[in-house]
Structure formats: structure tokens, C-alpha cells
Design a protein around this ligand. Structure first.
Ligand code: NDP
Ligand SMILES: O=C1O[C@H](COP(=O)(O)O)[C@@H](O)[C@H](O)[C@H]1O
Length: 510
């Protein structure tokens, strides 16, 4: 097991939603699992006027996100966790000299013997990231001569290629790249990491993992919820920035990458960057027209309940052109993937919540069982990222009896069937990794920029292109019908079932 040094976790923006909803439950789980170091404290820092006790009340005792977790636990046990939490009121702004914060850290360090190792977690609006890094450096709080210093940066990392580059350059003035941990919570998901293991710890998949055997790759990320209370944020972002540029391109990089020489962070990250750099950038309007589709959900009824359209959501402009559905077809220009189309879509207000990667294999080059009734293009490897995590392999088997009638069969594996039951939540895993100095599951500067390089032309085209289409789709359906135009020669997208076990298995190419 890796060693976790004693340390302080300072959270900027600690009065906000992310701290209560994700960070505290993750830290609490680590505490329960005895994964936190012996001498460890969390110092929340924001402008809100809170005391240590008020902060503990907010993020532990009265937190709706911890309610279920703490219900059955003894009070003194919960207090054991809460007592590790402190709060520092930054006064009116984040752009100050941090002398108060520095003094507080020094006091906590002495009292709790945390040895000067500090993680600064930036959980504020992104416009403050560089300012906070600068203020920390000005106050001498980024230097590593008396313990390491790390900076975790939340998404979104930039709004475009230009802003991502600026942010990287801005942070690099005050922290070195090895000190910076850019979070992408999809990389913290077990099943996303399992893509690497499935590919590179088996000898049965990798020989087929190329243009000779793979017909196309299809990735779906669907959410049944709408924009919820985040209309204001989402309307400035959209599906492409919110999900595709980061989470989905991270998944793509793991599907596309070459085998790393080992499992060290830089060995894996080098290959991911190469993969992202090999995505064919779409530069002319015709290509962008042919290969990208955007849409918005419109008002409708889902399971008997009225659902607002995107433009009616709180915080959303009534004439908004922000997409809640994005589908992109693209190619990968390298030896392994030449000519293999990738179809990737992400959307809100779909029939169900699901994320899956589907590897569609080619038809055998010579058809022996011509009247079999099943097209052998139906060989698929379905990697279900969430929920009902698992892997399903679809293949043809002979129907007992005369002749050679073929039927589809499934070989499946479900995570839930593993004997080891405890699967860490994404934030739990990522926080622990950062505490241990392991950046494998964090995005490197060049990785983020390579992803933006691919996405930028699409965003520009959607913003400034001539007659760009914006489709509507009723909440609760699988997006606009026109999305099938993208998948032209194949017929339509695969619509996954609610669970892997109930996979409908249909798709027009079958
Ligand atoms: N919430 C989530 O589920 C997710 C959030 N993120 C990212 O994490 C970061 C934090 O998100 P979240 O907690 O939801 O955000 P919040 O809007 O809740 O903001 C966090 C804190 O930042 C401070 N703040 C908010 N607005 C401003 C402002 N205009 N100027 C200065 N300070 C401000 C506030 O603290 P105070 O006023 O006390 O200083 C607030 O409590 C963001 O970058 C977000 O994109 C990423 C993924 C998911
Ligand atoms: O980063 C984000 O992710 C969530 C979806 O995360 P998941 O782990 O539930 O799949 C998404 O709802 C949100 O809009 C986006 O900002």
C-alpha cells in the first residue's frame, strides 16, 4: 500500500456546493476506511462568515450529502471526523495577502503535527484560480522547502484552447507542473481505469484492437436529468465543454492510446497525449457540418410528468443556442486507427443515465453461414462505465438443431459480482491519489490543451458558422432523429438499456 504523508488540505471555496456534495463525503469515506493519514486536518477557506463549528454543521452534521452515511454511526465517531475540519474566513476577497490564512495554517501545523505538507484545492469559480495561485506564491506558501505543496484544480480547465493555455501559463508562473493536479472525476471511476486493464492485461483483446478488426467505436454518455439548478453555469458552457472536452475525450484517449511501457504516471500520460494529438481536427465548414450535431431538449412529458424545455430552465437565456446534446463523428490519424470512425455523443434529458463504450467488430471477411439470420457484424464488446458497471461480449452461437442458424449470445462480467465489495467513489480515489502524490489519474497541461485543440474548431463553428443546425428533442428520448444522419452508413445509434443485464442489443447494423 502507498504511504500517505501527514498533511493539511486547504479548500478554497469551501462554503460552496462541491465541498459539501463531493469533497466532504469523499473525505468522510476515507476516514471511515482508515485511509486518512494520522495527522491530517482540512482547512476550509472562503469569504463567507463561518466559524469552525458552523462549517462542521454545514458540511457534516446538517449535510444532506452525509445524512445517510452518518445515520447508523456513533456520535463520537462522527465527531472524530468533524474535529479534523476547520474554517478560515478570508474576509471580503480571495485577492488578498493571505497572512491570516498563513498564520492559521502554521498554528494547525504545530498543533496537529502535519509537517508542512499542504494540498490547496481550488473549488471556486475558475476566474479565481490564477489569482489564488499567485497570492499563495506571494505569501511564500507554494515553496516546498518545508514539506511538499500541491494544487488541485477543478474543472472547467479553460473555456477554449486560448484560455486553457493562458491558465496553464498562469499557474506555471507560481507552481510547477508536477505540483498541479487537474481533476477529471471520470478518471476516478473504477470502470474508466478498467479500460486500461482490460486492454493491457489480457492477450485476447489487444490483438484485435485496431483497424483490421474494429469497424467503428461508439461512446454514449447520457443523463436523464436536465441542467437542474446549474442553468446559469451550463448556459455558458454546453454539452461540448461540460462533458465532451474533458470526460469523454479522456475516455477516448484510453480507448485509442498505445500500450504504455509501464504503469507510472508519466508513462501513461505520455500515451494519452499522443492519442489526443492524433484525433483528426475538423477544420472546414463542410466537414464540421457533416460530422457534428447539436440539439436542445424541449418541453415534454416524461413518465406522465411535465418537463421544462432547456430554454425555460432557471438561469438559461430564452433564446439560448447552448447545446444540451452533442454528437460528434471523427477519425484518428495514426497507424492503429486509420479509417475507423468514432461516434461519441453526450446529452442531458435522455431516457436513462448511462455511459458506455462499444467496440463494434467487423464482419468476418468470408461469410460461411449465409442464411444464419444474424449478421456477424453484431460482434460487440460493450464496456459499461456506469451504472450497472461491467463488460458484455456479444457473439454468435449455433442454434441447436439442423442447419447453421446463428443466434446472439452474451459473455458478461459484472463488477457487483466481485468478492471485494468496496469500490471507491471517484472523488475519494482522486483525493487519496493526490494525497499520495500520484498524478496518474489527473490531466497534464499538454493533455488538456490537446483536447481543446480538437474541440475548439467545433465550438467556433457552432458559434460563428453559416446556417449551423440546432435541433430540438423531446426530454426523455434518445436525442434528435437527425443525429442518425451522422451515423449514415450504419443506420442508427445504439440505444443502451437501463442495465447491462437488460441490454436490448439492438442496433440497425445488426
Ligand atoms: N458542484 C459540482 O458538482 C461541481 C463543481 N465543479 C467545479 O468546482 C468549482 C466549485 O463549484 P461549486 O462549489 O459548485 O461552486 P459554488 O458556486 O458553490 O462556489 C464555490 C464557492 O466559491 C465562492 N464564490 C462563488 N462565486 C464567487 C464569485 N463570483 N466570486 C468569488 N467567490 C465566489 C463562494 O464562496 P464564498 O462566497 O464564501 O467565498 C462559493 O461558496 C467550480 O469551478 C465548478 O466548476 C466541478 C464539477 C462538479
Ligand atoms: O462534470 C460533470 O459531470 C456530471 C455527470 O457526472 P456523473 O459522474 O454523474 O456521470 C454532469 O451532470 C455535469 O453536468 C458535469 O459538469
Amino acid at each position: 500500500m502507498k504511504k500517505t504523508d501527514n498533511q493539511i488540505l486547504v479548500i478554497f471555496g469551501a462554503s460552496g456546493d462541491l465541498t459539501a456534495r463531493k469533497l466532504m463525503p469523499a473525505l468522510f469515506n476515507l476516514y471511515v476506511a482508515r485511509q486518512l493519514p494520522e495527522n491530517f486536518v482540512v482547512l476550509g477557506a472562503s469569504r463567507s462568515d463561518l466559524t469552525d463549528e458552523a462549517f462542521r454543521d454545514k458540511v457534516v452534521y446538517n449535510s444532506p450529502y452525509l445524512k445517510e452515511k452518518i445515520e447508523d454511526l456513533k456520535e463520537n465517531y462522527i465527531r472524530g471526523f468533524a474535529d479534523k475540519l476547520f474554517y478560515e474566513d478570508l474576509g471580503g476577497a480571495y485577492d488578498t495577502d493571505y497572512q491570516g490564512l498563513r498564520t492559521r495554517i502554521e498554528t494547525l501545523k504545530k498543533e496537529y503535527k502535519t509537517s508542512g505538507n499542504i494540498i490547496y484545492y481550488l473549488s471556486t469559480p475558475p476566474t479565481l484560480y490564477e489569482t489564488i495561485a499567485q497570492r499563495l506564491a506571494d505569501a511564500g506558501m507554494s515553496t516546498q522547502n518545508n514539506g511538499w505543496k500541491r494544487l488541485i484544480v477543478e474543472k472547467p480547465f479553460g473555456y477554449s484552447l486560448e484560455t486553457a493555455r493562458k491558465l496553464n501559463a498562469g499557474l506555471h508562473k507560481f507552481f510547477t507542473e508536477p505540483q498541479i493536479y487537474r481533476i477529471d472525476h471520470y478518471l476516478g471511476k473504477e470502470t474508466v481505469q478498467n479500460l486500461l486493464v482490460t486492454r493491457f492485461s489480457n492477450s485476447i483483446f489487444e490483438p484485435l484492437w485496431n483497424r483490421n478488426y474494429i469497424h467503428h467505436v461508439e461512446i454514449t454518455n447520457a443523463e436523464s436529468v436536465g441542467v437542474e439548478k446549474r442553468g446559469g453555469y451550463y448556459d455558458k458552457s454546453g454539452a461540448l465543454r461540460d462533458m465532451f472536452q474533458n470526460h469523454l475525450l479522456q475516455i477516448v484517449s484510453l480507448v485509442v492510446m498505445e500500450p504504455p511501457i509501464g504503469d507510472q504516471p508519466e508513462e501513461i500520460r505520455n500515451e494519452k497525449v499522443k492519442a489526443l494529438k492524433s484525433l483528426r481536427i475538423m477544420s472546414d465548414e463542410k466537414t464540421l457540418w457533416d460530422n457534428t450535431i447539436r440539439a436542445q431538449y424541449v418541453a415534454s412529458e416524461v413518465k406522465g410528468e411535465k418537463v421544462k424545455g432547456y430554454r425555460e430552465e432557471d438561469g438559461v437565456d430564452a433564446n439560448s443556442t447552448t447545446e444540451t446534446y452533442a454528437a460528434i463523428k471523427f477519425f484518428v490519424d495514426n497507424w492503429r486507427w486509420e479509417g475507423v470512425p468514432f461516434y461519441v455523443r453526450t446529452a442531458k434529458r435522455m431516457p436513462t443515465k448511462v455511459t458506455e463504450v462499444v467496440i463494434h467488430f467487423k464482419t468476418p471477411h468470408h461469410q460461411i453461414f449465409k442464411d444464419s439470420g444474424v449478421n456477424s457484424k453484431d460482434n460487440k464488446l460493450i464496456i459499461r462505465i456506469q451504472p450497472d458497471e461491467g463488460i458484455l461480449m456479444k457473439f454468435g452461437v449455433k442454434v441447436p438443431g439442423q442447419g447453421f442458424k446463428v443466434e446472439r449470445a452474451n459473455l458478461d462480467f459484472y463488477y457487483s459480482s466481485l468478492a471485494q465489495t468496496y469500490v471507491m467513489e471517484a472523488y475519494e480515489r482522486l483525493l487519496l491519489d493526490a494525497m499520495q502524490g500520484d498524478a496518474t489519474l489527473y490531466a497534464r497541461a499538454d493533455e488538456v490543451e490537446a483536447a481543446w485543440e480538437f474541440v475548439d474548431p467545433i465550438l467556433n463553428y457552432w458559434k460563428n458558422g453559416k446556417d449551423v443546425r440546432m435541433y430540438g428533442y423531446a426530454a426523455g428520448v434518445w436525442g434528435p432523429e437527425n443525429a442518425d444522419e451522422l451515423i449514415d452508413d450504419l443506420g442508427s445509434w445504439r440505444n443502451p438499456g437501463e442495465s447491462l443485464a437488460e441490454d436490448p442489443g439492438y442496433c440497425v447494423i445488426c
